[in-house]
Design a protein around this ligand. Structure first.
Ligand SMILES: *Cc1c(COP(=O)(O)O)cnc(C)c1O
Length: 396
């Protein structure tokens, strides 16, 4: 027997789960050119509108002039340069923690952190809806791995009772496909009661949440004792690329010694750290971005609810419209695209079976007029979908 890749691909297509990569032919932003067509897009994670900001671009250019373009080696050899170090110090200060450690991306930060902290004989407990990188990290760690019901402290508590060894509880801060927020105070309390550590991946909370954009821990007023391990990614609200872990001196030293995805990889380009230092400054100080974004979220939710669309329990820039069937979600996405609006359909296995949705994301770079155009397009397109033949209601 050999690999029958064509059969696998055909099966994927038949289930409406085949993935295609739209070709972006412009910078990231509300107005983009995709596959040759000008579109108004509501699907990136550039929540603060910094991915194409002139000052961030200028910082990157100046950084390249000063520091060159390549990291050149891993951090432990000779790749840990002055801009990387300055960014780590700035992120530590921003998060109010003793230290921060810079990674090349969030996927690696999660793999590196979980596998450095727990292994055979330990326990890792994760929310069912955690990001794939966290679930993969838990499995790779070799620790006893169990998923608790989404945001459910009772479900977590029963697993904590059975935990062995060092125990790590892992959750998204803002859930990336639903937009809801972890019940962090309760999770922290449950973890502390059992001497477990709580690790929060706040990829989507940094920027929009908290008075200074410091994310879910700032939003809930939680500290390092509640959340000893805090992850942020830099490719979303920061508009650049990379990730960081913020925590105690001992945590960061442990990761430097034991996190293989940190040790065995080339450092990110130093000029990228220069760009992120600038975007961090804008993210913290330009409060109008958070305020404008909050107003757009309110506007979208009110408009979508008036249209009878199924929104999720979210006050964040992630505002999915639940559709259910993958084929219908694809069709709605296509209808919107024909009217010049781009919102991608998110299908299983990224979301649970029967949970296909249009993942609308809003950005501080959008205008109120653009959100109204999205609502107008939804008003036109949604009725064209017709009755959902596959829904449970119709089968009942
Ligand atoms: C995007 C994302 C990641 C991965 O970060 P990258 O820097 O893009 O690799 C990790 N966790 C969550 C919750 C994310 O949304």
């Amino acid at each position: 027997m050999s690999f029958d890749l064509n059969a696998r691909l055909a099966a994927r297509r038949a289930e409406h789960l085949y993935r295609q990569r739209p070709l972006l032919q412009s910078p990231q932003g509300p107005e983009v050119i995709v596959d040759g067509k000008k579109l108004l897009a509501f699907c990136n994670n550039d929540y603060m509108g910094l991915a194409n900001h002139p000052e961030v671009i200028a910082a990157w250019q100046a950084g390249a002039e000063r520091w060159g373009v390549g990291g050149g080696a891993s951090h432990l050899v000779i790749g840990h340069s002055t801009p990387h170090h300055a960014l780590e110090e700035a992120l530590a200060e921003f998060t109010g923690r003793p230290r921060a450690l810079l990674f090349s991306n969030g996927y690696m930060a999660n793999l590196g952190t979980v596998t450095a902290l727990v292994g055979q004989g330990d326990t890792v407990l994760e929310d069912r809806l955690n990001h794939a990188s966290l679930l993969d990290a838990g499995l790779l760690s070799g620790a006893r791995f169990s998923r608790y019901l989404h945001n459910d402290c009772d479900s977590l508590a029963t697993r904590l009772d059975k935990a062995v060894g060092d125990t790590l509880v892992v959750t998204d801060g803002v859930f990336s496909m639903d937009g809801d927020v972890a019940d962090l105070s309760a999770l922290a309390k449950a973890a502390k009661a059992k001497n477990a550590w709580l690790m929060v991946d706040d990829a989507h909370g940094f920027g929009p949440l908290g008075a200074s954009g410091a994310g879910i821990v700032e939003h809930f007023g939680l500290g390092i004792d509640d959340v000893p391990v805090l992850i942020g990614t830099l490719g979303k609200s920061f508009g650049t690329a990379g990730a960081f872990i913020a925590g105690s001196e001992e945590l960061i030293e442990t990761l430097i010694q034991f996190a293989r995805p940190y040790i065995y990889t080339t450092s990110q380009p130093p000029a990228l750290a220069c760009a992120t230092l600038k975007s961090l400054e804008l993210l913290r100080t330009e409060h109008w971005r958070r305020e404008h974004l909050a107003a757009l979220i309110k506007q979208f939710r009110a408009g979508a609810q008036a249209l009878g669309l199924a929104l999720m329990d979210s006050f964040t820039p992630i505002q999915p419209i639940l559709i259910g069937d993958s084929g219908r979600a694809l069709r709605l996405s296509q209808l919107l695209r024909e009217r010049g609006v781009m919102v991608t359909a998110i299908r299983p296995p990224t979301v649970p079976a029967g949970g296909a949705r249009l993942r609308v994301t809003l950005s501080a770079a959008h205008s109120e007029a653009q959100v109204q155009l999205l609502l107008n397009a939804l008003e036109q397109c949604f009725p064209l979908l017709g009755v959902d033949e596959s829904s449970e209601l119709n089968h009942a």
